[in-house]
Design a protein around this ligand. Structure first.
Ligand code: FAD
Length: 397
């Protein structure tokens, strides 16, 4: 396909992967009048390994698209995070806004992903579940052929939303997985204490690992630890989790040790890099467009945002090539500061003394701590958040 005039021609679009990125993309493109096929290897949405925290900016994005009622309203809000240092100092921090109304959400991923998929299905998207994409290739005129275990399909535009380990990205040589030597261990634990206020928690430990807690419901806390993957060669996952609980006064007060029946899921290789992002009638969205260690919990937001940006580009630009080029440029700009910030956090958590110093710096002022999680919650850009923490910490926003 050479140049498509998007105002006059409706496209045949294939989207691979029905996670948050793929389902939202399918919905948005169907609303623009394109013919959309959504291909997913799973039989039904299931609960992915995820901290299940949707950051405030993600909530705001759903509101902007008028989708909050349908997608987000059934989930419990989160008003901030308790930050816990290696010395067990706890700092409650609230998402900073002038009105104080900003909130994240605790989302059960199975329900959340299903709600987004329902939106796509209600808007006429053709859904092929139980269908695994095995190979893609491009014809000289530009269309893409997608081979699956149940037949092959031809599309004008192909959108890869097939996640962190994108099969398409690997096959085409666009994705590079980076072994960070980190592993995430994930489980659900019941609280032994009464329900607290609606706050997530981020614990940094002295052994360069960290753990995130998300109170999904009264009796179910989403518990994820990220640690050095070498530990898994010597220790059982349950021991790593129970050691963290045993060594922290706060975790000890909240949980009994996990028992042998606790289902622990493990994810390794927590980073990928995609230099291509978009071009040649192909675009990557969500984790397939690049993913970094889930330290600040904003993968779902990034997935939704990339779909929204690509849909906007496809609706405003006169041709596919221009839309993909604009998408690529916008995406790169957005990820630059975030990548730097993530590198900074990764550097920080490996230095216990620095983490303890940062904790005592944040502890001195509530609004300083609030601005800090404003960066994590994507309410402030890293540069603006840092400025506010250092020079404007008495202010309310
Ligand atoms: C340990 C951990 C904790 C996390 N915690 C958080 C958090 O608290 N908050 C947050 O915002 N983010 C978190 N994330 C990140 C978040 O889970 C992802 O960023 C998000 O799921 C990305 O959505 P996506 O649609 O791009 O990909 P996915 O949700 O991975 O969806 C990809 C879909 O593609 C399908 N697929 C893959 N290959 C094929 C194929 N060949 N054919 C057909 N279908 C295929 C898959 O079945 C899947 O449904 C965490 C990640 C990890 C690893």
């Amino acid at each position: 396909m050479s140049v498509q005039n998007l105002n006059s021609k409706k496209l045949n679009v294939g989207i691979v992967g029905a996670g948050p990125a793929g389902s939202l993309m399918a919905y948005l493109l169907a609303r623009l009048g394109h013919h959309v096929y959504l291909i997913e290897r799973r039989h039904q949405t299931d609960r992915k390994v995820c901290g299940e925290y949707l950051c405030p900016k993600g909530v705001e994005l759903l509101e902007q698209m008028n989708l909050f009622q349908q997608v987000g309203s059934i989930f419990e809000p989160l008003h901030g995070m308790v930050l816990v240092s290696p010395l067990d100092v706890s700092i409650p921090a609230y998402f900073p806004t002038p009105s104080g109304s900003e909130r994240g959400l605790s989302v059960n991923r199975q329900l959340f992903d299903q709600k987004l998929l329902d939106l796509a299905l209600e808007n006429g998207v053709d859904y092929l579940n139980d269908t695994t994409v095995t190979k893609v290739f491009q014809a000289p005129e530009g269309d893409w052929t997608v081979e699956t275990d149940s037949g092959s399909f031809r599309f004008n535009v192909l959108i890869a939303a097939d996640g962190r380990q994108s099969k398409i990205g690997h096959q085409l040589g666009h994705i590079k997985e980076i072994n960070t030597k980190r592993a995430a261990l994930h489980c659900y634990l019941p609280r032994k204490t009464a329900r607290g206020n609606r706050m997530g928690e981020m614990h940094i430990f002295a052994n360069e690992s960290y753990c995130g807690l998300d109170p999904i419901s009264d009796d179910e806390v989403n518990f994820s630890i990220v640690c050095n993957s070498e530990r898994l060669k010597k220790e059982k996952p349950i021991h790593i989790i129970n050691e963290a609980i045993r060594n922290s006064k706060r975790l000890n007060a909240m949980f009994d040790p996990a028992d042998e029946k606790t289902e622990i899921r493990i994810v390794t290789c927590l980073k990928n890099h995609n230099d291509f992002v978009a071009g040649n009638n192909l675009a990557y969205i969500g984790d397939a467009a690049g993913f970094i260690d889930p330290l600040t919990g904003e993968g779902i937001y990034n997935a939704l945002l990339s779909s929204k940006i690509l849909a906007d580009c496809l609706s405003h630009e006169p041709d596919v090539a221009g839309a993909l080029s604009l998408y690529k440029k916008t995406k790169r700009k957005l990820s630059f500061q975030k990548t730097l910030l993530n590198h900074f956090f990764q550097f920080l958590i490996r230095r216990t003394t620095l983490v303890n110093l940062t904790a005592s710096f944040l502890q001195k002022s509530q609004s300083r701590a609030n601005h800090f999680i404003g960066i994590i919650g994507d309410i402030h850009s890293p540069a603006k958040g840092l400025w506010k923490m250092l020079f404007n910490f008495e202010g309310n926003q």
